[in-house]
Design a protein around this ligand. Structure first.
Ligand code: FES
Length: 142
């Protein structure tokens, strides 16, 4: 079997947006200037209207609380086949960031199309990679 063969549901898996809602992300006392529920509502509505091209999940703390709100954009099956990988976004606190995320995934997301440059400025390292790099064993390329 070649490495590129994908079976079943994974063949057509859509982009998935994972929204952290742990101790810091989504916490109005830590980030009082953000309407956290509005952010999730917008993302949820976009997923519902996407015709299956976007799924949304919320999760407990992902780790980098100092960069809250954290959102992870996982590539679609097509994006993965093109070499796309999950992208971690930090400080996702305003409508502009949510707009950029929605526009990017609507256009295909990681591995399909480059992210908006303003969104790219908010990319953060996944916690495991940051720890590995601190120990001198991490990846050096994105
Ligand atoms: S609560 Fe989101 S990273 Fe900790």
């Amino acid at each position: 079997m070649s490495r590129g063969v994908v079976f079943g549901a994974a063949r057509s898996r859509p982009c998935t947006v994972v929204v952290c809602r742990g101790c810091c992300c989504g916490n109005p006392s830590k980030h009082p200037g953000t309407d956290h529920q509005w952010q999730v509502d917008r993302l949820r509505a976009a997923a519902a209207e996407s015709g299956g091209r976007l799924t949304l999940r919320t999760t407990d703390c992902l780790g980098p609380c100092g960069q809250a709100n954290v959102i992870v954009v996982q590539p679609s099956a097509e994006g993965r086949r093109n070499g796309g990988r999950a992208v971690w976004i930090g400080w996702a606190l305003d409508d502009d960031c949510t707009d950029d995320i929605l526009r990017w995934v609507a256009d295909g997301g990681p591995g399909v199309i480059d992210p908006p440059p303003t969104l790219e400025l908010q990319f953060i390292e996944p916690p495991g990679e940051a720890r590995a790099r601190a120990r001198g064993r991490g990846r050096t390329r994105r």
